[in-house]
Design a binder for this molecule. Structure first.
Ligand code: SF4
Length: 339
């Protein structure tokens, strides 16, 4: 049995008038075709199939667009004009202007997150006031990577990590107010890593950690320890300046932890010196006061961690310099250097 388009349209119209108005036209047509097939209709005019396809097309186009992942260029553009858009508007995937985006690559890269949709990679812990695990000489921590990377490999990996940091917008407020990210500087093969809190105004301007007045004091301490700045690697808990130099909040520290852990893993130092309570408490996941954390080594993945006062604190409280000097003597003695 064959049906003309006119007969089919008439059948549909009749049923519409009989109370099936709630069905979409597309569903009605499909259902009617199925009914006709069951009734023995084996052929429909070519025009009917095209009619179904034509009706189906607008329905498809009304589907919500799958959010496209932003490219780095789009993230950078959004950061340059933070007020212009709360979300990047990526070009169509695979368009002539934009090469296809490999979803797996972008998803593994935090720079692709939008401010609205970002999620911290690491939820911040609820630290206790208990002292963290102390370092013990006979401790063999399987977590500590035994780095076999060459200097150039470390430099390459640090550069790659710094590129990701430069485009990071996990902390929306910081990303919108920073002049630039402050990644870290120093010897990629250093045995000693200095860890501070966050960039201040000078660091934000120059893109390097510890360059202001506190940085000058740190340089003096480095010299007094018979070291050079080039022998250590220096970075912070955060890589963006908190507005007004406020203390980093726990979520910001958690957001940035992946980058810190990346730097620690690549540089693979034997010692980490935490300057100030923010660095000490965040690295060691503790609320213990800096005064209680001084004077002994704690363990972080098999690395000896020494905590002492921040140079900024010493500028306000010069009397604490003698305590820092005691800490430096203790630390350098462990390296076989008598001060
Ligand atoms: S502080 Fe760290 S996590 Fe936050 S936006 Fe800057 S680089 Fe990203």
């Amino acid at each position: 049995m064959k049906l003309s388009p006119v007969e089919l349209s008439s059948t549909v119209a009749t049923e519409s008038e009989n109370g099936v108005r709630r069905m979409t036209t597309q569903r009605m047509l499909r259902q009617r075709l199925e009914d006709l097939r069951r009734a023995g209709v084996t052929h429909v005019p070519a025009g009917v199939s095209e009619l179904v396809a034509a009706i189906a097309l607008p329905a498809e186009s009304h589907r919500p667009a799958k959010p496209a992942t932003a490219t780095r260029a789009q993230v950078a553009s959004m950061l340059q004009h933070p007020a212009s858009s709360s979300r990047p508007q990526p070009a169509a995937v695979g368009s002539a202007d934009s090469p296809p985006v490999r979803r797996s690559t972008i998803e593994a890269t935090p720079v692709a997150r939008t401010p609205a949709a970002h999620a911290p990679v690491r939820q911040f812990a609820q630290p206790s006031a208990a002292l963290p695990k102390k370092y013990s000489a006979d401790m063999s921590d399987p977590q500590r990577p035994c780095s076999t990377l060459s200097r150039s490999e470390r430099e390459t990996q640090l550069t790659s990590l710094a590129d990701r940091v430069a485009a990071c917008i996990r902390c929306q407020e910081l990303a919108e107010t920073r002049t630039q990210t402050v990644f870290g500087v120093g010897n990629p093969e250093a045995d000693i890593m200095f860890l501070g809190e966050a960039p201040g105004a000078d660091e934000d301007r120059q893109g390097e950690p510890f360059v202001g007045r506190a940085g000058k004091l740190l340089n003096d301490i480095i010299t007094a320890c018979r070291l050079t700045r080039e022998e250590v690697y220096i970075c912070n808990i955060l890589r963006c300046r908190p507005p007004g130099n406020r203390t980093p909040n726990p979520q910001e520290a958690a957001n940035c932890r992946e980058f810190l852990d990346g730097q620690i893993e690549i540089v693979n130092p034997k010692y980490i010196i935490c300057w100030g309570s923010c660095a000490a408490q965040n690295l060691l996941d503790t609320k213990a006061a800096i005064g209680k954390l001084r004077g002994e080594f704690f363990d972080y993945k098999g690395i000896k961690v020494l905590c002492t006062y921040h140079p900024s604190y010493l500028l306000r409280q010069p009397a604490a310099k003698k305590d820092v000097w005691e800490d430096m003597k203790f630390f350098r003695a462990d390296m076989g250097v008598k001060l």
